[in-house]
Design a protein around this ligand. Structure first.
Ligand code: IVH
Length: 664
């Protein structure tokens, strides 16, 4: 089901990468759509349906822990009606008379990540994230760094799991991002992502340096519940030393609870942390136990979400920003307007299609939305005036003037300026000198940044005339004769270098290290490749190369179509003079033969053995078949060796194989 896949994708972006693409409100809408479909067509509900999962199975390197008691999620409501229905359902379930009061607690739903803290005999022994609800991640060391989390409890029962939310306050988030920006570190989209990124760290000292907080909203396994109600339990947790969210309120009626929702909603912007709704819980614990849970959520609790915050304003201009990979992103400039307590003057317009979809023209009235703290976006164009000129998406990069093109079946328009586009400059340089490309020792990001700032290295070809700045460099802090000469020698060592790595270093879209090598194998050097790429039948000739498809062929053509790129390549060919491609495949007795390696090889790795075979003109295969000419079997070889022997395929030990390699 397409919807399920879509939800899974956003789950992964949100939970694993802490880097969501859509707002929480849009995500909720997807989940609601999925639920409606499933309600209409119950026979189509899949086992892996998002409705059967809580959160997301973790895929980070933290070790896993199984929760003693599952960590549940909450059902969402978006209207007062749904909240009244929730209470009605519970009444029916518990067979309560119409006059029997159903007392609820109401408290803010803090936008953080849930955490379970396990205390045994009053000592914190384990902290875990929710994960998929039954298996989470062990974050004990991380939790110990949070000052809101007590390490020891007085008068606690022998086993007590406190459940709550780890979060980052808005101020702390802003300060953290400012610091990250200075240090060139990751910028977080919102406090929730910052909290998650800071908390789920393998190295707890990173967590310790981040301003995380905790508030308690419930409990998991517990030796015995000391109090009879949710409210009394929460007050008890507070006495034990756990922070509890402001605005925690006991409500006699559902209408009173809805009033709390109103109040909290009004004060939302002024709260020191992000919240995305209000959580209601049945106060009586005996009722909570009777109500139990369905699939992923308790019957006795509900999250009443806030609508995404919206406002109307005028779109005053559309600017284009060029990202590090050359992507052109349209940004809407707005007449400043307040939305949920902040003034918004920019919105992301995502891409060309989004502008078309909304039919946006500069001067239009638009409705914008801020959901959580995701970058504000336009939800609706309120203008139907077609008289003004439509917005025309640029076909040239505003940074460097190169052509900007969208590949077929892609929505993103990209600058083809590659090597010369200032927006892409630094990333391109970094790629050019990187391990898999030119591998220039000692020319790391820091030095590149320094040389870029000095205007010495703006494009890859400048690297090969860095020597001109030798004296000036010697006068700079941190550079001694030895380090300068080592760097210059490392650069010199890359003159006459491998053409495949050189081509890969140019950073042509879709041309990875292997494709670059394939292209050089076919065309010997970059000058020839350029000639082919500029010929009339370029696509045909390029696509004829093994491993090169039409997308790659088109990308190569686009790259050489740009004069800037041709000029830079010419400078590079002159200054770095990469070698012609030489085949490293020898003509040996094994040329054309198929070889299988199995068992544990002792003096070479499996990969190296395969490379040896390929260099000797042979093909390395994974399984034994009629076509196999030789099986090299190390200790522990099993079924493959047996099969080869049965089929009469020649076999060898590793030692015998290495003797063959030496002979070749
Ligand atoms: S109660 C069994 N109360 O929201 C009930 N959850 O969308 C479990 N959350 O996993 C949760 N504030 O991480 C509860 N005041 C609050 C909350 C809260 C935030 C989170 C919690 C939960 C998620 C469900």
């Amino acid at each position: 089901m397409r919807l399920a896949r879509e939800i899974a994708k956003h789950d992964k972006l949100y939970h694993d990468r802490d880097d969501p693409e859509i707002s929480d409100a849009d995500y909720d809408a997807l989940v609601a759509e999925n639920r409606a479909l499933e309600a209409a067509f119950p026979h189509l509900v899949r086992d892996d349906s998002p409705s059967r999962k809580v959160g997301h199975t973790p895929s980070s390197p933290l070790s896993k822990v199984t929760h003693a008691q599952a960590m549940l999620s909450l059902d969402n409501a978006f209207s007062d009606e749904e909240v009244r229905d929730f209470v009605g359902r519970m009444r029916r379930f518990l067979s309560l008379g119409p006059d029997e009061p159903v007392v609820l607690t109401a408290e803010p739903k803090i936008d953080g990540l849930s955490c379970s803290l396990r205390y045994e005999d009053g000592r914190l022994v384990l902290a875990a994230t929710r994960g998929d609800g039954s298996v989470g991640e062990d974050v004990t060391a991380n939790a110990r760094t949070i000052s809101d989390v007590p390490q020891v409890l007085e008068d606690a029962p022998p086993v007590l799991e406190v459940r709550g939310e780890v979060y980052m306050a808005k101020d702390d988030f802003a300060a953290l991002n400012a610091r990250q920006e200075e240090l060139g570190g990751k910028i977080f989209a919102n406090p929730r992502n910052a909290a998650a990124g800071s908390f789920r760290q393998k190295d707890a000292s990173v967590t310790a340096a981040r301003p995380l907080r905790f508030f308690a909203h419930g409990w998991g396994e517990i030796s015995a519940e000391p109090k009879p109600t949710q409210e009394a339990m929460v007050r008890w947790l507070e006495e034990l030393g756990f922070p509890v969210a402001d605005h925690f309120t006991r409500c006699e009626t559902v209408e009173q609870a809805l009033g709390v929702y109103e109040t909290i909603g009004r004060e939302r912007g002024a709260l020191p942390y992000d919240i995305d709704g209000v959580v209601y819980k049945v106060d009586r614990l005996d009722w909570q136990h009777r109500l139990g849970q369905v699939a992923r959520a308790p019957r006795w609790a509900l999250a009443h979400k806030f609508p995404a915050e919206q406002a109307e304003t005028t779109l005053e201009a559309i600017d284009i920003q060029v990202g590090r990979t050359g992507k052109l992103t349209p940004v809407g400039r707005l007449a400043p307007v307040g939305v949920g307590g902040v003034i918004v003057s920019n919105v992301t317009l995502h891409n060309r299609d989004e502008i078309d979809r909304l039919g946006l023209r500069v001067g239009d009235r638009v409705r914008i939305q801020r959901a959580g703290d995701v970058i504000p976006q336009v939800v609706e164009n309120l203008t139907r005036d077609e008289k003004r000129a439509p917005y025309i998406f640029p076909d040239h990069c505003p940074e460097c003037g190169s052509e900007a093109v969208a590949e077929e079946s892609e929505v993103d328009v990209r600058c083809t300026g590659g090597l010369i586009c200032p927006a892409q400059r630094f990333e391109r340089l970094k790629h050019f000198v990187s391990r898999g490309a030119m591998d220039i020792d000692g020319l790391g990001a820091k030095s590149l940044e320094e040389f870029l700032a000095l205007g010495w290295v703006e494009k890859p070809s400048d690297i090969f005339i860095l020597r001109d700045h030798r004296d000036a460099l010697l006068g700079r802090e941190g550079w001694q004769e030895k380090s300068v000469d080592n760097l210059l020698a490392a650069i010199d060592a890359r003159r006459g270098f491998d053409p495949g790595r050189f081509l890969f270093g140019l950073g042509i879209r879709h041309v990875g290290a292997v494709t670059a090598k394939d292209l050089m194998k076919a065309f010997t050097n970059v000058a020839t490749l350029e000639r082919v790429a500029r010929s009339d039948d370029a696509i045909v000739q390029l696509s004829a190369v093994d491993g090169v498809g039409e997308v790659v062929a088109q990308a190569v053509v686009d790259f050489f179509h740009e004069e800037h790129n041709r000029e830079e390549v010419a400078r590079l060919l002159e200054r770095a003079a990469p070698a012609d491609y030489v085949s490293d495949v020898q003509d040996t007795a094994w040329s054309g033969k198929t070889i299988v390696f199995t068992g544990k090889l002792e003096s070479v790795s499996r990969d190296e053995a395969k490379a040896q075979a390929e260099r000797m003109g042979a093909k390395a295969a994974g399984s034994v078949s009629k076509k196999t000419d030789l099986l090299v079997a190390g200790p522990g070889a099993g079924s493959k060796l047996k099969k080869a022997q049965e089929m009469g395929v020649r076999t060898m030990t590793e030692e015998e194989w290495l003797a063959e390699v030496a002979k070749a």
